[in-house]
Ligand binder design. Structure first.
Ligand SMILES: [Cu+2]
Length: 68
């Protein structure tokens, strides 16, 4: 398993956090996701043979936030 950390901007409440969690968790190969509103950060544990960090960024952006 690999761990990716992404900085997310645009999250303002727990609804945003849950929305981000949901889109990340829906990606094939994602084992676990933790999103911190305080740190504006997502920590994602994933299977590198099935998912790529670029997909996380795209999913977050599609959900309406900025990811880096
Ligand atoms: Cu919100």
């Amino acid at each position: 398993m690999e761990t990716a950390t992404l900085k997310i901007s645009g999250m303002t409440c727990m609804g945003c956090v849950n929305g981000v969690k949901k889109v990340i968790a829906a990606i094939d190969g994602v084992q676990g996701v933790d999103v911190s509103l305080e740190k504006s950060q997502a920590t994602i544990v994933y299977d590198a043979t099935r998912a790529r960090p670029a997909q996380f960024k795209t999913a977050i952006e599609d959900a309406g936030y900025e990811a880096a």
